[in-house]
Design a protein around this ligand. Structure first.
Ligand SMILES: Cc1cc2nc3c(=O)[nH]c(=O)nc-3n(C[C@H](O)[C@H](O)[C@H](O)COP(=O)(O)O)c2cc1C
Length: 241
């Protein structure tokens, strides 16, 4: 794909506060409660430029972004997201066993926060939809088809770059996908082009709400990296971190 931009290095943004790369990514987690403080277009544009710098297979850069700020479209996305989430939520089994109370509490927090986002998505100042084209992505030769990975592996790095850049501005984000349940309605509302026969040409990789969090950023609980890291051979672990 032709690169239409200069490769010359440019500063991220004069308004980006200083935060170390590791600190920024360690504290980038799913934010689902937002204040109504507006988000500047300049900051958004910097986040989108950071997204564009993500790697992609063969540097194909397949993604498009639809940035939604209008009240009307946010209301429509909110309606569709809530409907998708309602359906998804009903399909979730109520967990019966947790290792300990802190795990149970963490599950309840995620469930409540996810519900909150579903009920308030239309109030989030900005929604960014990451689209990926429906294009063939399986090369073949005389020996048959080749598994070179999926196309979305070339889109999610851009989503994460966007979220990390947003973190640098103190903006919260959450990578969400449940809206895919209503892909057709979303693409139509956003005027995303279809094929001549009306067939979809794009799918939704993610919907990312963007705004200033009402709470604080922090390091999310995770399994220790050492517990899932194998050195040279499966099962060969090093000391806990
Ligand atoms: C592929 C993917 C899909 C996700 N879809 C949703 C979603 O539809 N709705 C939602 O509220 N969160 C969604 N999440 C957010 C996850 O629930 C979240 O990343 C996870 O619970 C860890 O959150 P934490 O970083 O705050 O600990 C999704 C995350 C990923 C990576």
């Amino acid at each position: 794909m032709t690169n239409t931009h200069s490769s010359q290095a440019t500063p991220a943004s004069a308004s980006a506060p200083e935060i170390g790369l590791i600190d920024g990514l360690m504290t980038t987690r799913a934010i689902r409660r937002f204040s109504d403080r507006p988000v500047s277009d300049d900051d958004l544009v910097t986040c989108l430029r950071a997204a564009q710098q993500a790697p992609s297979g063969g540097n194909v850069q397949p993604q498009h972004y639809v940035v939604i700020t209008s009240l009307e479209l946010r209301a429509e996305m909110g309606r569709l997201y809530r409907s998708a989430f309602d359906r998804y939520e009903k399909s979730l089994p109520e967990p019966t066993a947790f290792r300990d109370e802190s795990q149970a509490e963490s599950w309840r927090r995620t469930r409540d926060a996810s519900r909150h986002l579903a009920d308030h998505l239309q109030e989030v100042p900005v929604l960014v939809i990451f689209l990926q084209p429906l294009i063939p992505w399986t090369p073949s030769d005389d020996e048959g088809t080749m598994d070179i990975g999926r196309l979305d592996a070339s889109v999610y790095p851009a989503v994460q770059n966007f979220c990390l850049a947003a973190r640098a501005f103190g903006l919260g984000t959450a990578l969400t996908t449940v809206i895919r349940i209503h892909t057709a309605e979303v693409l139509q509302a956003l005027g995303v082009p279809t094929g001549k026969d009306g067939s979809a040409r794009f799918e939704i990789a993610a919907l990312v709400p963007v705004g200033y969090p009402t709470g604080r950023f922090g390091v999310a609980p995770r399994r220790n990296a050492s517990s899932v890291t194998h050195w040279d051979q499966w099962g060969s672990k090093r000391s806990a971190d």
